[in-house]
Design a protein around this ligand. Structure first.
Ligand SMILES: [Zn+2]
Length: 360
């Protein structure tokens, strides 16, 4: 039997059942990214290669507008509610036996990745589904309150299941006891207009799916010499099994952003040139922090969508970043990557509403 306090010193992890020790904790090392040596090529070339890597990755960004029925409570974490709600909507389509959705040809799995169909919502880090529930209310909500959240589907397989998903949203199954009763009256898709402007349009799945072409995004505008990134929801930056504290270092953030996006592209079946990770890092390394209003909080590790799920690794807590950081530098090279991350979020845990970021 491992003594809990010994375990703590070794792992620097917090467990819910542990008490904060009377002595200050051992200092936790900062997470670091490795920046390859050498100067980056021209910014426009890096931006172009990033756009080429993103091109053709099918993304469907949906906005759900609805209302609340009755007076009920959403709790303090709308992402958690939203993920549980989407499980209720999608899991009736699961064809897998037992309490885990795991077949490659299962419609529910194609939308949500492998996940538990019973008990606490849980699923893999590279799920094709992103929840953006930052605009959802928290706490007690009164009858007829308007509701708004976004769901992003990545990859052809999941988008093929979108018509079924959208139909199911219009005719929701009864919620579990005590869960808020909602109805979604409108589902819209985010699309690019003729001038490259973004707009939400009522979704029509009778023709080709209304995809969001990441490589053609012109919004949000990324300023050339000044970048502000706001982590609207907790954003974990550590890689699997890695321990350390997230910081405002832009190379760290770009490293984790590119690696998680690259892995996600692969897992959702996107075949294209790779993101120019090394040059993006070299480019990010020149930035300096202008103001740092971020803070580190701890979240349950299970929300990161640990692969294999219900093991000991999903029982701990992991540090995550929230708040806002501004850097000075030259951001032309990073712009396409940042715009994509603005719309997709970053890091594992996107299906639980984590990693929702805003760029300006
Ligand atoms: Zn299934």
């Amino acid at each position: 039997m491992v003594n809990p306090s010994d375990e703590r010193v070794k792992t620097h992890k917090w467990f819910r059942w542990q008490q904060r020790p009377p002595e200050p904790d051992l200092p936790v090392p900062d997470l670091k990214a490795f920046v390859p040596e050498g100067a980056p090529p021209a910014a426009a070339l890096i931006a172009d290669r990033t756009a080429q890597a993103l091109a053709g990755w099918p993304i469907l960004s949906l906005r759900l507008l609805g209302t609340m029925k009755g007076n009920q409570a959403f709790g303090s974490n709308p992402g958690k509610w939203a993920r549980a709600h989407l499980g209720d909507v999608i899991d009736p389509f699961c064809i897998c036996p037992g309490d885990r959705c795991r077949f490659d040809d299962c419609p529910a799995g194609q939308l949500m990745g492998r996940h538990a169909t019973e008990g606490r919502p849980e699923g893999e880090a590279w799920a094709p589904l992103v929840v953006r529930a930052n605009d959802m209310p928290t706490g007690k909500v009164s009858e007829r309150t308007s509701l708004k959240m976004e769901v992003v589907l990545a990859g052809e397989q999941s988008i093929n299941q979108a018509p079924m998903f959208i139909e199911a949203l219009k005719d929701l199954p009864p919620p579990p006891p005590k869960a808020p009763v909602v109805s979604w009256s409108t589902v819209q898709a985010l699309v690019l207009g003729d001038e490259g402007e973004l707009r939400f349009r009522k979704v029509d799945m009778s023709g080709p799916p209304p995809l969001l072409h990441l490589e053609r995004l012109a919004e949000p505008k990324v300023r050339r010499t000044r970048l502000t990134m706001t982590f609207l929801t907790a954003t974990p930056l550590s890689r699997m099994g890695e321990e350390g504290r997230p910081t405002a270092d832009l190379t760290l953030i770009v490293d984790r952003m590119t690696r998680s996006m690259g892995a996600w592209m692969g897992r959702t079946g996107h075949k294209g040139p790779r993101l120019p990770v090394d040059d993006l890092l070299r480019s990010a390394a020149a930035a300096t922090i202008s103001s740092d209003n971020s803070r580190v909080i701890e979240i349950p590790a299970g929300m990161m969508g640990a692969a294999g799920a219900r093991d000991a690794a999903s029982a701990g807590r992991v540090p995550a970043l929230t708040g806002s950081i501004t850097w000075k530098g030259e951001f032309t090279a990073l712009a396409p990557l940042l715009r994509a991350a603005h719309h997709l979020g970053m890091g594992p845990g996107r299906q639980h509403g984590l990693g929702q970021i805003v760029i300006r």
